[in-house]
Design a protein around this ligand. Structure first.
Ligand SMILES: Nc1nc2c(c(=O)[nH]1)N[C@@H](CN(C=O)c1ccc(C(=O)N[C@@H](CCC(=O)O)C(=O)O)cc1)CN2
Length: 280
């Protein structure tokens, strides 16, 4: 069994982005710029945004850190996003999710210009993904694919089961796996005989947001298990997979923390460089 080291792979990706940014700037271009927009004072979101800004500094991407108060209106957020859309120093924009309850995160995200949508979450980016046309893809699904690629997991004709159908992870990772020629089942909370469906999987992606939903004996011997879940259980961060039992059967598996999570930020950096290049 191989334990996937997401931190190490994320660091490799960040090193690659740093070199590619340096080459881009050496060729006479402006450094790419990433604008993060955080509305309100959610502690976890503030940490994620802080990490994104730090990661930008590490690879010489310009970071623009925008904070709006918890009572910001829909118009306030839209105004800021429109300003950022028009700012040539900004190659990529992200609205940290979720915003405070009175705001509709997905609807506000639609205001981001598709060319700057480094989260890959606007309807245009979603359409490009599902048509397999060039565009920006969501970061966490890209991170899952990167982990599989760097571990040489053969996806051709593989049975892939994705548990979860969110716009952020479940649906886009299903699309990416399908494009890699896996046979994909997107399972969810209403799927019948979920245990049996999971047991078919050569590649099992858990992105449902329920701590330890996927039991060890649902895992096929030798399967690649990618756990996207990030749940708090008894004060501890834990995934959607019952790790201690799944590890007995998996061929390779991501831990939580230290698996998929770090790749989200690394792929955001890669997307920001891509957005800068596409805009040039
Ligand atoms: N606009 C977006 N909002 C949100 C996204 C996103 O991709 N775009 N994803 C998540 C939050 N997120 C990044 O924004 C994120 C979450 C977790 C991690 C991470 O590295 N997790 C660590 C553990 C961290 C901890 O101890 O709390 C890990 O898994 O090892 C990175 C990014 C929702 N919002």
């Amino acid at each position: 069994m191989t334990l996937i080291d997401g931190k190490a792979i994320a660091q490799q990706v960040r090193n690659e982005v740093r070199e590619q940014v340096a080459e881009w700037v050496a060729a006479g271009h402006d450094a790419p710029g990433l604008a993060t927009v955080l509305v309100g004072d959610d502690a976890a979101s503030a940490v994620y945004v802080g990490n994104k800004q730090k990661a930008c500094a590490e690879v010489a991407i310009q970071g623009f850190d925008h904070r709006l108060p918890v009572d910001a209106t829909e118009d306030d957020v839209k105004r800021l996003l429109h300003e950022l859309n028009a700012d040539p120093k900004v190659s990529g924009i992200l609205l940290q999710l979720p915003p405070p309850k009175h705001l509709d995160g997905p609807k506000l995200t639609e205001e981001i210009a598709p060319g700057k949508d480094v989260d890959g979450l606007t309807p245009i980016s979603t359409g490009l993904l599902h048509k397999n046309l060039p565009g920006l893809r969501p970061c966490t699904p890209l991170g899952c694919m990167e982990l599989l690629k760097r571990h040489d997991v053969d996806l051709q004709g593989a049975e892939a089961v994705v548990v979860g159908r969110s716009d952020l992870v479940g649906k886009p990772i299903s699309a990416l796996l399908l494009q890699a020629n896996a046979t994909v089942t997107t399972a969810h909370s209403r799927t019948r005989d979920l245990d049996e469906v999971c047991r078919r999987a050569d590649v099992l992606v858990a992105a449902v947001g329920v701590a330890h939903l996927i039991k060890g004996d649902w895992v096929k011997e030798g399967a690649a298990v990618i756990d996207v879940g990030m749940n708090r259980l008894d004060g501890k961060l834990t995934g959607d997979v019952e790790f201690d039992s799944a590890v007995e059967r998996a061929g390779l598996i991501t831990p939580v923390p230290g698996g998929v999570g770090p790749l989200t930020v690394a792929m955001l950096l890669r997307n920001t460089l891509q957005a800068a290049k596409d805009a040039a």
